[in-house]
Design a protein around this ligand. Structure first.
Ligand code: HEM
Length: 405
């Protein structure tokens, strides 16, 4: 296995047992790119429960695929978030991604600023607007008998919701979509730097505006928020606003893209859902389980042992959340979509202190999208000849989902 590591060019620390070193091909490998949602359950069949991934994409990291291991890492002070995201940032004018790049106890102080806007009760107040938007979007294409689901529905819905949540103008919708899509799809570095600059130009002008004209949106709340009784530093305001922008858009539409491909391919299961509308919350939770879209990277803060394996402070540790959702010890017959599974925490929105702040909003958006779509377009399928393709990306979902009805 050491040879594999040499092939990928990743340096394996001496304390890592060679028999635990693999290149899992996560994100970049052929099997992953052919069908990520067959790749994830198969990890449990092909590999030991805890391995060291020599995939150059990961840069060398322990990998948790077991639900219990991920759960432990996400809840333990033995693990910290470091270098959380690959977005290019200017070291001379650096900003932290907030709140995700803070550890407790600072982390909680920043989260407190926005948590009230994202509580279950607060997001429920957005339900009518989300339903109205979903219907407006469907109105635009329903009579045509076809659409490209991603561009016509899955992206504009969460982006529109996000804009009003943030207090940003709806006219910016297409520009926002373009920015986010380009950033997550591993565009070349110079283009990424250019997009980062465009986003920063725009968002800083909005932040300035909200300083003098506060409103009820999230940006205004951050601009006027306080930590330890003091206003946030200018770069922290920007880091918070920027991170929300990245976290709240691409994840929702990627999850929806995955779900609609499944719905299009499984007419009987779709009809089963339509026939049981009162079970929508369980249906949604099960679809979120099988279609996890992102991961939680951590770094060890001290030496520990897990599953009899010695790991050291400074080792990188990746919780592959979509794989943990297929752990057969926790979800029997994990490939089967079952709407009557007993409630066990899924890890799609991670867990512990960094549990997704937008989880309630994301669930509401997708639930309403499912309800309205299945009500208005109950019968649909993939456009004949469509091949569903995935690209290497930090958020997993097909690029395009052409549908007909
Ligand atoms: C299906 C949709 C979504 C999924 C699957 C998702 C997933 C995740 C995951 C896995 C994390 C943890 C990252 C880590 O541990 O390193 C996270 C954190 C976060 N997400 Fe989401 N997310 C979604 C939607 C949203 C939305 C709509 C928003 C905002 C409105 C949002 C805001 C955040 C924030 C602020 C954090 C950081 C929390 C913290 O560090 O305390 N997310 N999300």
């Amino acid at each position: 296995m050491a040879a594999q590591a040499q092939q990928t060019g990743v340096v394996i620390p001496d304390h890592v047992p060679p028999e635990l070193v693999f290149d899992l091909g996560h994100i970049t490998g052929l099997q992953f790119l052919q069908d990520p949602y067959e790749y994830y359950p198969a990890l449990h069949e092909k590999y030991p429960p805890l391995v060291y991934d020599a995939n150059p994409m990961m840069g060398g990291a322990w990998v948790a695929i077991k639900h219990a291991d991920a759960f432990k890492a996400l809840r333990s002070a033995d693990f910290t978030i470091k270098d959380a995201a690959p977005f290019p940032r200017d070291p001379d004018n650096y900003f932290k991604l907030i709140p995700v790049e803070f550890d407790p106890p600072e982390h909680r102080k920043y989260r407190n600023i926005l948590d009230p806007m994202l509580s279950p009760a607060a997001v429920l107040g957005l339900a009518d607007d989300i339903r109205g938007l979903a219907n407006q979007l469907i109105d635009e294409f329903v009579a045509k008998g076809e659409c490209e689901f991603t561009t016509d529905f899955a992206r504009p819905l969460p982006v529109s919701v996000f804009l009003s949540f943030m207090g940003l103008p709806l006219e910016m919708r297409d520009t926002f979509v373009e920015w986010v899509v380009s950033l997550i799809q591993f565009v070349d570095r110079s283009r990424a730097v250019q997009i980062m600059a465009e986003i920063e130009n725009y968002l800083t002008s909005v932040i300035d505006e909200k300083r003098v004209r506060p409103d009820g949106g999230a940006i205004s709340r951050i601009v006027h928020g306080e930590v330890d009784g003091k206003p946030l530093a200018e770069r922290d305001v920007y880091g918070f606003v920027f991170f929300l922008f990245i976290a709240g858009i691409d994840t929702v539409y990627a999850a929806m893209n995955n779900m609609w491909v499944w719905l299009a391919r499984h007419p009987e299961r779709r009809r089963e859902m339509i026939a049981d509308p009162g079970n929508i919350d369980n249906q949604l939770e099960e679809l979120l389980r099988v279609f996890g879209v992102t991961f939680s990277g951590r770094t060890l803060t001290r030496d520990i042992e897990m599953r009899g394996v010695q790991m050291k402070a400074g080792d990188r540790f990746m919780c592959i959340l979509p794989a943990a959702n297929y752990d057969p010890d926790v979800f029997p017959d994990p490939r089967e979509v079952r709407f009557d599974r007993p409630r066990t925490p899924i890890l799609s929105f991670t867990g512990g202190v960094h549990a997704c702040m937008g989880g309630h909003l994301a669930r509401l958006e997708i639930k309403i999208a499912l309800q309205e779509w299945l009500r208005r377009i109950p019968e649909f399928s993939l456009k004949p000849g469509t091949e569903i393709t995935y690209r290497p990306s930090g958020v997993i979902g097909p690029d395009s989902v052409p549908l007909v009805w």
